[in-house]
Design a protein around this ligand. Structure first.
Ligand code: ARG
Length: 458
């Protein structure tokens, strides 16, 4: 079962085997391991280290193993140390002596580094595709809600009126940045460690360029010590995943607030909410709460790997085996959360009347009332004071700014005219904000057009 029994005189203690083995989780890498081995065998033949017949036999054996694992006729069993030993042993079992030549010029150290990179490259693409779908959902909501008015908040206090399109547009930007972060990581990590050997390269004349290109990399890594001991790309990926979760969690938090009885801005679809075992009236936002909760788990993976790596001398150390379970878990978590949030968002109903009604309350147009005075020549600091005074009057009377009479306005400042009412109307407050990035209709339409181009571009 072992690849390294030669210098040992005793069997490994069973507890040690269990503690040391990674096969229970690195079996996820079987495809990448085989893909890497096929490229390695191709390269060995090109360099005349293997004959063509040997190469063909090895590749056929590896391809059969892959197929048998996929169709379930070959089970990956726990008596092997890791997926690399399992596949190599299988190969030798199937094709005999030639199988023993595959590992020429290679170590499990560069092999595992390669497998993980291949795995992550694929996961970056899959995560990116999920975010892109999610962006399309957000885009749809934006297009349909350019004139759905709602309060914008700071400190969770009503601040200024915006639209639902504008609010969702903020999330569009966040997830767009997440995609660009993923693509940056991809570019930086896209160098093949294969051929780094255990840490010092090899004396065989390997063509590292060749195997790198075969595997879809831009080229080989330039230092073999770094090649086997670099886990930066995992840390960067976990960091990008953490930021994605932070964004999903903020959205979840808003969905939870908006779904509360006090807000009722939205109604979650029955298929994406749950009930209470005791309180029959309840419809809980469990999905959003779980997404918010699972964010901690993904942050945990990032901190865990950073901590694992911080004290490691060069080059490979077995500590690095700890990179796998947490990365796999973080990836599964993020992909699940993205897919579910997408469905939850696209199926939920926005109570537009309630949103709009809420935007008319809370003196949300006070800034616009102050700007009105500024436009009539009052210095902003004075205008701020005058409107503050009027707000106080309204609070005492239990009314809003637009319910004050013109006399009441004029009593505080004679500059007020009848046009104050139009100026502080909800639609005017929003639609006069028409510089790029603002919620006004024209500005919003421009951004939505740019978003549409973005979504169509890749
Ligand atoms: N399971 C190991 C890991 O994940 C593979 C590399 C083993 N290399 C070694 N020298 N023991 O890191």
């Amino acid at each position: 079962m072992k690849l390294w029994g030669g210098r040992f005189t005793k069997e490994t203690d069973q507890l040690v085997h269990n503690f040391n083995a990674s096969i229970s989780f690195d079996k996820k890498l079987f495809r990448q391991d085989i893909e890497g081995s096929i490229a390695h065998a191709d390269m060995l033949e090109k360099q005349k280290i293997l004959t063509k017949a040997e190469r063909d036999l090895i590749i056929k054996g590896l391809s059969d193993i892959k197929e048998d694992i996929i169709n379930g006729t070959l089970e990956i069993t726990p008596e092997y140390e890791d997926i690399h030993s399992f596949i190599e042993s299988q190969l030798i079992k199937r094709i005999g002596e030639t199988g023993k030549k595959l590992h020429t010029g290679r170590s499990r150290n560069d092999q595992v580094a390669l497998d993980m990179k291949l795995y992550i490259k694929n996961e970056i693409k899959e995560t990116d595709a999920l975010i892109k779908n999610f962006l399309a959902t957000i885009h749809e909501i934006m297009k349909n809600n350019i004139q759905t008015y709602m309060p914008g908040f700071t400190h969770l206090q009503k601040a200024q009126p915006i639209t639902l399109a504008h609010h969702m547009g903020a999330y569009f930007e966040m997830f767009k940045r997440d995609r660009s972060r993923l693509s940056d990581i991809f570019k930086r990590m896209n160098l093949s460690p294969l051929g780094s050997g255990a840490l010092a390269g090899t004396t065989y004349p390997l063509d590292r360029e060749y195997s790198a290109v075969l595997l879809g990399f831009d080229g080989p890594t330039l230092n073999s010590i770094d090649g086997v001991s670099d886990r930066d790309y995992l840390i960067e990926f976990l960091s990008a995943l953490s930021i994605i979760m932070m964004h999903l969690s903020r959205l979840s938090e808003e969905i939870i607030i908006w779904n509360s009885n006090e807000y009722r801005f939205i109604e979650l679809d029955d298929a994406y909410s749950t009930g209470s075992s005791i309180m029959p009236q309840k419809k809980n936002p469990d999905i959003a709460e779980l997404v918010r909760g699972k964010t901690g788990r993904v942050y945990g993976a990032l901190i865990s790997l950073l901590t694992t790596m911080k004290g490691l001398p060069l080059a490979y150390n077995k500590d690095m085996q700890e990179d796998k379970e947490l990365t796999f878990d973080a990836i599964d978590t993020v992909k699940g959360c993205l897919a579910l949030t997408d469905k939850m968002l696209s199926s939920m109903k926005f109570n537009k009347d309630i949103m709009e009604n809420s935007a008319t309350k809370g003196f949300i147009n006070a800034t616009d009332a102050a700007d009105y005075l500024v436009n009539k020549g009052v210095p902003f600091r004075d205008a701020h004071g005058i409107i503050g005074q009027l707000v106080l009057t309204c609070i005492k009377k239990g009314i809003s700014l637009d319910e004050l009479s013109l006399e009441e306005y004029k009593a505080v400042c004679p500059v007020f005219e009848d046009d104050i009412y139009e100026t502080i109307s909800l639609t005017a407050c929003v639609n006069k904000r028409n510089i790029i990035g603002a919620p006004g209709k024209e500005a919003m339409e421009k951004v939505i057009e740019l978003n549409e181009e973005y979504l169509n571009s890749d």
